[in-house]
Design a protein around this ligand. Structure first.
Ligand SMILES: [Zn+2]
Length: 177
């Protein structure tokens, strides 16, 4: 029988919203940059430091392969410019644990661009914020070559340059508060 490995990947929005890795049942993972983002001071830092000492939180650098996969996918879907380097690292870490190490992994984040990219990569995510998400999406097609976007177009080939189009979600209304 195979043991199921379960884990969370935490980004800085999760920590800022008050997620405490010490109180989570699963093992948590994050990247070195998170420590810089939250600052080594105050209650948050004490929680993080304690979790690291207890082995509840593991700091890990994602592999080059994981980074490459996330960067390529984000570029294909026009999300690359919306993601910071730490965002890409968080996603790469999730991807790597899930696809290479068989973890049942969930990324805890309130960042919509991380959530959107996670969904494209078939990674699970949890939003823990107090904000209510009320977004309306429109499915559009996107040409990876000329970057044109088409909504309501039923073809699969870009009429301008002949490239195969990619389906993507576009937010048309954002009532998040
Ligand atoms: Zn095109």
């Amino acid at each position: 029988m195979k043991t199921v490995k379960e884990g969370y990947v935490l980004d800085s929005t999760a920590i800022i919203q008050g997620v405490d890795p010490n109180s989570l049942k699963r093992e948590s993972f994050t990247i070195r940059e998170l420590l810089d983002e939250i600052g080594e001071i105050g209650k948050r830092w004490i929680r993080i430091k304690t979790a690291m000492m207890l082995g509840k939180l593991v700091i890990r650098e994602p592999s080059a392969g994981g980074m490459e996969k996330v960067e390529r996918t984000a570029k294909e879907y026009g999300l690359y410019d919306k993601l910071s380097k730490p965002d890409i690292k968080i996603l790469a870490l999730g991807y790597e644990l899930h696809s290479e190490e068989d973890y049942d992994i969930e990324i805890i984040t309130d960042d919509y661009d991380i959530q959107n990219t996670a969904a494209i990569l078939n990674l699970k995510y949890i939003s823990i914020g107090m904000k209510k998400i009320r977004k309306t999406y429109l499915y559009v097609k996107y040409c990876p070559a000329c970057k044109r976007k088409y909504s309501g177009y039923t073809g699969t080939i870009c009429p301008v340059c002949g490239y195969r189009l990619i389906g993507m979600k576009k937010v048309i209304k954002d009532n998040t508060y």
